[in-house]
Write a protein that binds this ligand. Sequence first.
Ligand SMILES: CC(C)(COP(=O)([O-])OP(=O)([O-])OC[C@H]1O[C@@H](n2cnc3c(N)ncnc32)[C@H](O)[C@@H]1OP(=O)([O-])[O-])[C@@H](O)C(=O)NCCC(=O)NCCSC(=O)C[C@@](C)(O)CC(=O)[O-]
Ligand SMILES: NC(=O)C1=CN([C@@H]2O[C@H](COP(=O)(O)OP(=O)(O)OC[C@H]3O[C@@H](n4cnc5c(N)ncnc54)[C@H](O)[C@@H]3O)[C@@H](O)[C@H]2O)C=CC1
Length: 423
Amino acid sequence: MSTSRLAGFKDLSVAQRRELVAAHAGADALSVFDPHSGLGLEQADHMIENVVGVLGVPLGVATNFTVNGRDVLVPMATEEPSVVAAASNAARIARVRGGFTTSSTDPIMQAQVQIVDVADPEAARLRLLEARQELIALADQQDPRLVEFGGGVRDLVVRLVDSRVQRYVVAHLVVDVRDAMGANAVNTMAEAIAERAAQIAGGRPLLRILTNKADLRLARARAVFDAESVGGAEVVADIVHAAALAEADPYRAATHNKGIMNGITAVVLATGNDTRAVEAGAHSHAIGPDGRYTALSRFEQDVDGNLVGTLELPMAVGLVGGATKVHPVAQRAVQVLGVSTAAELAEIITAVGLAQNFAAVRALATEGIQRGHMSLHARNVAVAAGATDAELAAVVARLVGDKAVRADHAEKVLGELRAEAGR
Ligand SMILES: CC(C)(COP(=O)([O-])OP(=O)([O-])OC[C@H]1O[C@@H](n2cnc3c(N)ncnc32)[C@H](O)[C@@H]1OP(=O)([O-])[O-])[C@@H](O)C(=O)NCCC(=O)NCCSC(=O)C[C@@](C)(O)CC(=O)[O-]
Ligand SMILES: NC(=O)C1=CN([C@@H]2O[C@H](COP(=O)(O)OP(=O)(O)OC[C@H]3O[C@@H](n4cnc5c(N)ncnc54)[C@H](O)[C@@H]3O)[C@@H](O)[C@H]2O)C=CC1
């Protein structure tokens, strides 16, 4: 089934949405998305330690995404109102000009081996490089499955890092991890070569761990947002101004990048991937060549006057290993996305990050964030004030109408409605 635009998806009931998503994923029913049949206590107890329960996070589906010409429904797990709506809204505008175009590097992760107390670091560096083949072979022996799947060590790089204590020799194993996120895989390799590497360097092995600055594993997304659909030439120009401030000013960049991560983290979480690893990679990548923290995305006006958005960042996500293969909901989310490689997943996640960023910045450059975001957040405020299902719509309408989406006002409105009903 083509998802085409799926206009009006938001107006369907939860049951109707599930039917549509199930049909799209080629599944009979999405029973596993049911809160009572998702992650069980027993499975949870195998995943982490000292388990006492399972936390439910809303799982939504962003619509309207076209990525490299393919319509995609995007599962997003988030507690924040308006994130799924914003992504769908941006994707609706992007598809006017063909949607998102993506690409990525090979899935290369790196592990570091720190060697301390080396008398001659410069010479140690060359001794390690002379032993490159031996060390690579030793590392590859640790993971025959990965090698079988076409992955394995691609290079050995040696850096000298001057710290306030001493000059460290730091060997990097550069590993193609194929469809894995790869942390466990490269950590095993780093631990296996550490003793031998330190012996060759003439020092003592200390840290043996991957780096989350996965700057050899980049995913990229690009989209042209049609000027008219964006709101006209002035809005395009103002979005470029907004993005330029984020590039120039770390205070704005942090919020701009948070908007990107609203989308990225939601898909990373929905697919059972490691949100902290992706966030660490993103923020380390937000440091520009001049050492300043800056925006991860760029927005420009093209020759036709349309807005072009681009995003490039490390994206260490996998389809095997970690929770991706264990969590039943994550597996179903991957099925809905219709991806079969980690690279495809990484690219879709990056497209969602760009969409999310565009939606937020467009709102900020026009009417402001409050109308769209707060009208959706009003439901949370009303429920927190004690509104029942039957009272919810009336309370939300009053909060939005009064432009006062606040707890005290919700309590006041609720009191008034109940007094009227009691009369
Ligand atoms: C909220 C909208 C989308 C409303 O925007 P709108 O123009 O009022 O929406 P609309 O009713 O015309 O609908 C347009 C499309 O948006 C989607 N849409 C619209 N409403 C819904 C809904 N209820 N449920 C699901 N989807 C929805 C849906 O795809 C819909 O198409 P349709 O289905 O009608 O054919 C818009 O104002 C928007 O994109 N705002 C940005 C919101 C945002 O970024 N939220 C993130 C939280 S704020 C934050 O944390 C980050 C920030 C902002 O600080 C980052 C930064 O500073 O850069
Ligand atoms: N700093 C960090 O980010 C750290 C993260 N982690 C955790 O590590 C986990 C991910 O580690 P992984 O090595 O991905 O998991 P993993 O070790 O469970 O799975 C990867 C293994 O799967 C096998 N495999 C089977 N099919 C494959 C294919 N098609 N492509 C690649 N490998 C295939 C390979 O032997 C590979 O080594 C996550 O849970 C993450 O939270 C662990 C330590 C540190």
